[in-house]
Design a protein around this ligand. Sequence first.
Ligand code: ASP
Length: 442
Amino acid sequence: MKKLALHWKILIALCLAFMVGLWANFSTENISEKPTWFYNIHYFSNFFGTLFLNALKMLVIPLVMTSIICGVARVGKDKDFGRLGIKTILFYSLTGLLAVIVGILCVNFIEPGQVEPEIREKMLSGENKIDSGKLEQAFENADNGWKGIFEIFQRMVPQNLFKAAVEGQLLGLIFFSLLFGFFIARLPEKYKSTQLLFWEGLNTTILSVTNLVISFAPYGVFGLVTPTLMKVGVDTIFVMGKFAATVLLGLCIHSFIVLPILLAILAKIDFRKHFRAMFPALLTAFSTASSSATLPVTLNSITNRAGVSKKISSFTLPLGATLNMDGTALFECVVVIFLGQLFGIEMSWVTQSTVVIMALLTSIGVAGIPSASLVAIIVILHAVGFPQSIIATGVGIVFVVDRLLDMSRTAVNVLGDSCAAVIIGKSEGETGYYFGKQNQSK
Ligand code: ASP
């Protein structure tokens, strides 16, 4: 009998998680003391979910370092390195800009902040569902206003590489690995071949461990999504109806119209094939709400399923997982304008342009972890002059629906990175994608 493909298994796991999670949520909705079976399901699914998430996170640092070092050392020549770098940054800026434009258009057109007084009441009373610790932390990290933007760029050069790695600050690690790989390519032949052999060996080993971890993805996805839905449910989405719908519509337009058009025009690629190839990564992003934790799966899907060479993918994807966040940038724009509408704050086109620029800049520095964009949103709200009291209430309101929207925007973040990899790969002369054969690094 033919074995079921991984993406089908993950999809089945996701459907089961929705069924179990929502059933448990609805059937215990009005009970303050939950029955024992509720805690048991929560505990066991959470156990497997956390195990999977930990395994993915465990791989991120060695994978990012070895992939970038090998990728850049392979790119080698100054000319190639510069060309790839410029293409990557240009593409990321283009898709980020398109995403915020989609967000701004949707939020101005739908006006989710213009709500009936009762619904407004309901939104304000949603605060009891907020994890206040998380919210406080977001405020602590964000009270620097514009300075926050410069800090992002400062973090690119960490004082201590190991500390940056321990704290999960990928940006510093990426910068160091880029430099390291760049200078390996310039070593005398004797040293260069030894270094290349060492890092390639390490990279291949980590990739094998990654394959093993990914084979558990269906269980991991079930374990991550079930407890989330048991606690959050989808009812929060309905309370925040118009706002959540605006974000989801924007994300859909970006994923199913904007990116497919770019794939078709720039690389003559049918987006359905691309989606099918990236399915495991997209579903993992949705389940974990973390593009950094999804990176091992994204790298695996883009090389083994889409067929992009390691040379291109190991350069573009780790960069994309930290720098390129289309879904996040779109979300930030929608939130800020929505809160302006909700609290009756005039948002002139000059203010809206500031929001666009800040959303683009802050999305570069947002970490690829759950709810990270709330920090950026606080920075933007400060910068465009929202009073402190409104910022606290406003971010609290958004936090109520954040988890499900976070899962969706993280999937879009990963989709944007993967589109960059295939488009840049094609532009570098790679062919035969999506036919199960990986392009070899030249
Ligand atoms: N969770 C998102 C990511 O990891 C970041 C965010 O928008 O909060 O890509």
